[in-house]
Structure formats: structure tokens, C-alpha cells
Ligand binder design. Structure first.
Ligand code: CMC
Length: 391
């Protein structure tokens, strides 16, 4: 039985070779196709980052225009899909709806399910990136009891998404440019993160030959957990529970007593400040100044919590720093999203990473079905005993 290496949680096992994303966790570096995340967040757009992740290079102007047109052509959902949506309970968690709805895409788009066909793989990648905002916005509208808003393709990817979330028939909707920029940046910050749990789930599901819509639905299911994407929802709930900066020390004492974890803190790979958290904190400042309250009590709690933790031996010795989820909730709340939507937004943005990783795997000639081994610790062989003779 000891012929296999035992590595619970895969802390030291590489599952694949990849050219997409590089992380140096000790230095706090994150590169997509070689480009630092800070530069992409500041200078690029989410759609351009999508192109970069999928194709390996930044697009030329004509390539970008073509890509943008292709994505905007795929934003609509089949009319029958809306009826499928309406079958969910109104109080369903939007992540439950997303898992079901994205899985159901393979029941609607039969013509891009052949994973061996390059063109079909491309179409399903475009469909997923394009339809995710429409599905996410519907999950939101459905939960608040408002009518669905159809995509308006002359808007940018992110503006279109915000409009589908926040426009109501009775009023004209004008996108706030600061909010649109911040939303786009949040999408960039979540676009990919190499072999995290949900991406590994997508690769494992894909390794059996499952269709891309089913694989992404598997990724969404995995992302939902509070140790992963679900942490952004938990982090804001935690800040609300703490309530005021004065209560931070008491809360931190509970973390040190191991009563609960500090959500939005710590990371398997980063043993330094998560470079995404730096940008996220700055975005929170900008959005609060534009549409919220610069003295937002939760932002004050978060900043105090960070200060206390970063100066405490418990966190220093374990190299626990804020991660991407620590400040995202404050920004998303100020934009008008309820906490239940936070992980949905993460899923929307991570879809491109999942699909780029899935494509890379399918196109890798050394790819095999993923099949971890185990160290068996159960009963040795024994004979079956009829129920009447069991003592
Ligand atoms: N609060 C308090 N203690 C912590 C935390 C935390 N957030 N994270 C880790 N620790 C402690 C843990 O108790 C352990 O201490 P000890 O060695 O004394 O038992 C040590 O640090 C190592 O923890 P671990 O659980 O072995 O580390 P891991 O690499 O398995 O876990 C993690 C990584 C992200 C699951 C964990 O840090 C965590 O639970 N964080 C809170 C949830 C969170 O914010 N998740 C979002 C991750 S970033 C976004 C994403 O990609 O999903």
C-alpha cells in the first residue's frame, strides 16, 4: 500500500504542466501569461484578459475587435432557458441556481459539445464567457423578484452586466463609470489562479471527456465552498458580525482560540500579501468615495482587523495575510450586490480561467483521465455473514 505518495490536499503534487498562470507565493507575485496582475488590473480590460488567458498573447486591435464582437453575439439565452430558470424557488441561493443553470447549458447548446472538434471547443468557450453575465444577472433578478433584463450588446461586457443586474423598467439606467471600472477590475482579479480547487475540479471532470458546460458547472459547485470562493460572502458576514473597530481585538482572540477562522485571510500558496488584495483594497476606497460612504463602518472594521492581524504573532508565524476575498465584499456591497451574489460574481469571472485551463488540458497530448490513488486503511478481506447470524 505504500507504493503511492500520500499527499492529502495535494500540497506538493503537480497535477499538470501549464503555461497560463504563474504564482510565486513567497514573493506575492501573480502573472497571467507572464504579465503581472497589477499591470493588467490597472491598464487592461476584463475581455482583453480573457483573450490573453485563452490565446496566450495580448490581442492586436483587429483581433480584439473580432473577439469582442464574437462575445457580444453570444450573450442571449434561449427563451426556453428563462422558463427553466423560473422553476427555481425564489429564495434559492444564487449559487445553487448557477450550478444548475450552467450545467443545463449542455441541454440547450448541443452543437458545441464535441470536445474533439477545435471549432466546437472555441464556440463553447465563447458561449460560456458571453452567457455567464446573463445567467448571473438572471440569478440576481430572480432572487429579488424583478423582471429579467435582456443584454444590450452595444455596451461593454461589464456595463452590460451591471445594466442586466440593476436596470428596472420604470427608470432609465445609467452606468456609473467608477462602478463599471471597479467591477471590470474585480473580474480581472478573479479571472484565473492556476490549479486551485475549482480549477482542478474542472480539469478532473474534463479529463473523463465530459462536455465543457458540465465541467464548468462542476467548477462552480466546488467554488461555492467557504474555504474557496464562498469566503467572500463569509468575510463580509464576519465584518458585519464584528460591527465596530472596537470589537476587533475580541474577535481576533476567538480566532486565536481556534473558535473560528478569519475569513478572507490565509492562502495555500501565498505566504505573503496576496497581490490581488492590494488592488482590491484600493478599489474599495474608490468605489466607496463614488457611491458609498468613505467612512463605511465595515471598511473601518476591515482595516483595523488587518492591522491587528498583521501585528500579531499568531498570524505572523503562520504567514497569514489578507487574500482577494478580504476587501471584495465591501466594494460589491457598495455597488448594490447582496452577499449571496458575491460568489456568483467570482464564478462569472473565473469562468475564463476554467475554460482556458480545460482547453489547455484537452489540447495536451500527454493528457490522461485524472485518477488519484489512495492508501487503503479499511478492513482486510473477510467472509460475508448472513444477517441472521450477525452477533
Ligand atoms: N484564520 C485563522 N487561522 C488560519 C486561517 C484563517 N483564515 N487560515 C489558516 N489558518 C491557520 C490554521 O489554523 C493552521 O494553523 P495550525 O498549523 O496551528 O493548525 C495554519 O494556519 C495553516 O492552515 P491550513 O488550514 O493548513 O492551510 P491551508 O493551506 O490548508 O488553507 C485556506 C488555506 C485558504 C483554506 C485557509 O487559509 C482558510 O481557511 N482561510 C479562510 C478562508 C478563505 O479566506 N478562503 C479564500 C482563499 S483565497 C480565494 C480563493 O482562491 O478561493
Amino acid at each position: 500500500t505504500d507504493a503511492f505518495t500520500y499527499d492529502p490536499g495535494f500540497t506538493s503534487t503537480a497535477s499538470c504542466e501549464s503555461k497560463i498562470t504563474f504564482i510565486d507565493g513567497d514573493a506575492g507575485v501573480l502573472l497571467h501569461r507572464g504579465y503581472p496582475i497589477g499591470q493588467l488590473a490597472e491598464k487592461s480590460s476584463f475581455l482583453e484578459v480573457c483573450y490573453l488567458l485563452l490565446h496566450g498573447e495580448l490581442p492586436q486591435a483587429a483581433e480584439y475587435e473580432k473577439f469582442e464582437t464574437t462575445i457580444t453575439r453570444h450573450t442571449m439565452l434561449h427563451e426556453q432557458f428563462d422558463r427553466f430558470f423560473s422553476g427555481f424557488r425564489r429564495d434559492a441561493h444564487p449559487m445553487a441556481v448557477m450550478t444548475g443553470a450552467v450545467g443545463a447549458l449542455s441541454a440547450f447548446y448541443h452543437d458545441s459539445l464535441d470536445i474533439h472538434d477545435l471549432r466546437q471547443r472555441e464556440i463553447s468557450a465563447h458561449r460560456l464567457i458571453a452567457k455567464m453575465p446573463t445567467i448571473a444577472a438572471r440569478a440576481f433578478k430572480y432572487s429579488v423578484g424583478q423582471p429579467f433584463v435582456h443584454p444590450l450588446n452595444k455596451l461593454s461586457y461589464t456595463e452590460n452586466f451591471l445594466r442586466m443586474c440593476f436596470a428596472v423598467p420604470a427608470e432609465e439606467y445609467v452606468v456609473n463609470p467608477v462602478v463599471a471600472k471597479a467591477m471590470d477590475r474585480i473580474f480581472i482579479l478573479h479571472a484565473d489562479h492556476e490549479q486551485n480547487a475549482s480549477t482542478s475540479t474542472v480539469r478532473l471532470a474534463g479529463s473523463s471527456g465530459a462536455n465543457p458546460f458540465a465541467c464548468i458547472a462542476a467548477g462552480i459547485a466546488c467554488l461555492w465552498g467557504p474555504s474557496h470562493g464562498g469566503a467572500n460572502e463569509e468575510a463580509l458576514n464576519m465584518l458585519k458580525e464584528i460591527g465596530t473597530p472596537e470589537r476587533v481585538k475580541e474577535f481576533v482572540a476567538g480566532v486565536k482560540d481556534r473558535k473560528y477562522r478569519l475569513m478572507g485571510f490565509g492562502h495555500r500558496v501565498y505566504k505573503n500579501y496576496d497581490p490581488r488584495a492590494t488592488v482590491m483594497k484600493q478599489s474599495a476606497d474608490e468605489v466607496l468615495a463614488a457611491v458609498g460612504d468613505s467612512n463605511d463602518p465595515l471598511f473601518q472594521v476591515a482595516k483595523e482587523l488587518e492591522q491587528v492581524a498583521l501585528n500579531d504573532d499568531f498570524f505572523i508565524s503562520r504567514k497569514l495575510y489578507p487574500n482577494v476575498d478580504f476587501y471584495s465584499g465591501i466594494t460589491l456591497s457598495a455597488m448594490g450586490f447582496p452577499t449571496t451574489m458575491f460568489t456568483v460574481l467570482f464564478a462569472l469571472a473565473r469562468t475564463v480561467g476554467w475554460i482556458a485551463q480545460w482547453k489547455e488540458m484537452i489540447e495536451d497530448p500527454s493528457q490522461k483521465i485524472g485518477r488519484p490513488r489512495q492508501l487503503y486503511t479499511g478492513a482486510t478481506q473477510r467472509d460475508y455473514v448472513p444477517i441472521s447470524s450477525r452477533g
